[in-house]
Write a new protein. Structure first.
Length: 250
């Protein structure tokens, strides 16, 4: 979706946060900046939270956020982003959610079922139509009614998630199908996986993106007892090499 928005906006540069987060300082020179990310536990992935907190937006005049999600349309995204922007004397000019689907297979199968190929394609096409309208709004520097208040109780669930997310990898392990290919290590956006004797070991700075689990070609990575009989999901328009390259220093 982020790649699609980049094309729709024409004169736009797409920069993976994983390739920028370790820079100090992170200074933006563009007058228009957007954040595009998946919703985690009703709000921001920790790496996105840390990035927005760290980035210097002094010269920026227009800020937008677009998120993908699988759950309810009402999230804690816009209020939280505005909270992070407030010390910078900035606020969101536009914020939008794109309901696609959730790849959270460590949660309830009933609440987070992976989509069939047909259903997934249908939701992607629907989201792209909405994205075209969003792109027009952003091109014209229009403002949207981003929620500024904290009206949704899911913020409590989110802060609980943030406190424990880095050590949630304690439940990850590789089973007997693991062949030591190392793809999990290469695609992890925060270098949280090391191979020891050709087996992955998690280093407790996890983001719970579940990329290692979904993109393991052997389906050898499990999270506790939650993932034994669950299908894995590979986005039809994202290749493994793209995930590997997102950490390249820009």
């Amino acid at each position: 979706m982020a790649k699609n928005l980049k094309e729709m906006l024409n004169d736009c540069e797409l920069l993976p946060i994983a390739g920028l987060i370790n820079q100090d300082p992170i200074i933006v020179t563009s007058e228009k900046v957007g954040f595009f990310f998946p919703v985690y536990s009703w709000a921001l992935p920790k790496i996105v939270y840390d990035f927005i907190e760290k980035i210097d937006l002094s010269t920026t005049k227009y800020i937008f956020a677009v998120t993908t999600m699988g759950g309810f349309s009402r999230q804690y995204v816009a209020p939280l982003v505005n909270k992070l922007l407030k010390p910078k004397n900035k606020e969101l000019d536009a914020a939008y959610n794109l309901r696609v689907f959730s790849n959270n297979i460590w949660g309830s199968k009933r609440i987070n079922p992976l989509p069939s190929k047909e259903k997934g394609e249908k939701r992607i096409k629907k989201a792209l139509l909405k994205l075209e309208k969003i792109a027009e709004i952003i091109r014209n520097n229009q403002k949207s009614t981003a929620r500024k208040g904290s009206l949704y109780p899911m913020k409590d669930s989110y802060y609980s998630f943030m406190k424990k997310v880095n050590i949630m990898d304690e439940k990850y392990y590789s089973d007997e199908k693991c062949n030591g290919c190392g793809i999990c290590q290469k695609i992890c956006p925060v270098d949280n996986i090391k191979l020891v004797d050709e087996k992955p070991e998690w280093q407790h700075k996890c983001q719970m993106c579940t990329g290692c689990l979904h993109y393991c070609p052997q389906k050898a990575i499990q999270w506790g007892e939650y993932t034994f009989d669950r299908e894995r999901y590979n986005h039809p328009y994202i290749k493994v090499n793209e995930l590997m390259n997102q950490k390249q220093t820009l």
